[in-house]
Design a protein around this ligand. Structure first.
Ligand SMILES: [Zn+2]
Length: 387
């Protein structure tokens, strides 16, 4: 068998760097124990990472129980680089600048706009240019841009979008032509799942259920994003729960998201309450005032989401499901309502929680994509600057 020594070297480098980031600060001796790499290899690779200023030494740790010299500790160099996250919603563009270690430096959002194929590139370029204006000195500068798309994506292509027409243009090439940095494109629910896995969760098998204009899930299987062979895994919003039910943009009838997406719930609340321009804040306000219609609509949402969650659990068997929904974030009692609608034994031991990253999950997941690519690691644990 031909052993490619460059490949082994690259694998060892990734393994060491992953261990430094996930366990920092850490000594060379502990790294050697944890990776089973000999001390000379650890020393050689850490020197290379120190020379490249990807990691740094941060003084001495405690000496071992048998005494001896205190070890020098290593950690990721926060100032190594920056990344830009852009979340492209149907009616907003959110953007953020991060350090490579996941610390958010700046976040902005433009609301109440219509995003479509003819203005999206201009809006994205403008958002990136604003982040570029922030002068922060780092070793490698901006290392990448990740675009979050609310639709199906695969290998930097937008394959299908329900709520805007971004699948009608080559978004990657059009945005890339403006910048010298790498550009990545990923589905928003996948990014939310990657964010929970990278920043908040100790679980290796988790799901993030994203309930916004549509409904989708991001699946983390054994620590890695699972997208299926064509990016279409996790399109639970288009699972049919009602034969001959409401028509959906995907071509089916009776899709889950027609009954309990945020768009659908707010529409139902507006119709039943007679109010115009209903928002998650208005629904929350009415719910806590004890408005029976607000209760009825939220109970219906919980009931239908429970059907979706049951179907997710029997398909993917996750340890935990994080729900990312502006409505449920405002009315956390709905988590209990959802659990009360789940009676199956398949649910035993499966946790259901509100996402702690909430509205910032997508931007954090986009940062995780850039950091993974830039550092060439497949396993990553970072600390969020928000909690
Ligand atoms: Zn559908």
């Amino acid at each position: 068998m031909i052993v490619d020594k460059h490949m082994i070297r690259r694998k060892n480098r990734s393994m060491l760097l992953e261990n430094i980031i996930c366990n920092e600060p850490i000594s060379r001796a502990t790294l050697s124990k944890q990776t089973n790499l000999n001390k000379a290899t650890v020393s050689e690779i850490t020197k290379e990472l120190l020379d490249a200023q990807i990691i740094k030494e941060i003084g001495e740790g405690s000496s071992t129980s048998v005494g001896g010299r205190k070890p020098t500790m290593l950690q990721l160099n926060k100032e190594v680089g920056l990344s830009i996250s852009i979340d492209i919603g149907a009616n907003y563009i959110a953007s953020a600048l991060f350090y490579t270690n996941g610390m958010m430096i700046k976040e902005t959002i433009i609301r109440n706009i219509s995003v479509y194929k003819d203005n999206v590139v201009e809006l994205v370029v403008e958002a990136v240019r604003q982040m570029e204006q922030i002068k922060i000195s780092t070793i490698y500068g901006i290392t990448g841009i990740t675009l979050a798309v609310h639709g199906i994506t695969y290998k930097e292509k937008v394959v299908f979008t329900s709520y805007y027409d971004l699948d009608k243009i080559d978004l990657y090439s059009e945005v890339k032509s403006h910048f010298n940095y790498p550009v990545y494109i990923e589905n928003e629910a996948n990014l939310s799942a990657l964010a929970e896995s990278t920043f908040t969760s100790e679980h290796k098998n988790l799901i993030c259920l994203s309930v916004h204009s549509g409904i989708g899930i991001g699946v983390i299987n054994n620590g890695q994003l699972y997208t299926g062979i064509n990016g279409m895994a996790g399109e639970i919003g288009h699972s049919i729960i009602m034969p001959e039910g409401l028509p959906c943009r995907c071509g089916n009838r009776g899709c889950l998201e027609q009954y309990c997406s945020e768009e659908s719930i707010l529409k139902q609340y507006a119709e039943k309450s007679g109010k115009a321009n209903v928002t998650p804040d208005i629904l929350k306000e009415d719910y806590y005032k004890g408005d029976p219609v607000a209760y009825e609509v939220s109970e219906k949402m919980s009931k239908f989401l429970a059907i979706g969650i049951n179907n997710i659990v029997v398909s993917y068997a996750p340890e935990i499901i994080y729900i990312n929904s502006p409505i449920i974030r405002r009315i956390p009692e709905m988590i209990e309502d959802i659990k009360n609608n789940l009676d199956s034994t398949f649910m035993d031991g499966v946790e259901i929680k509100n996402s702690t990253l909430g509205s910032k999950a997508i931007l954090h997941g986009a940062c995780a994509v850039c950091t993974r690519k830039f550092l060439d690691v497949t396993r990553l644990k970072l600390c969020s600057s928000i909690s």
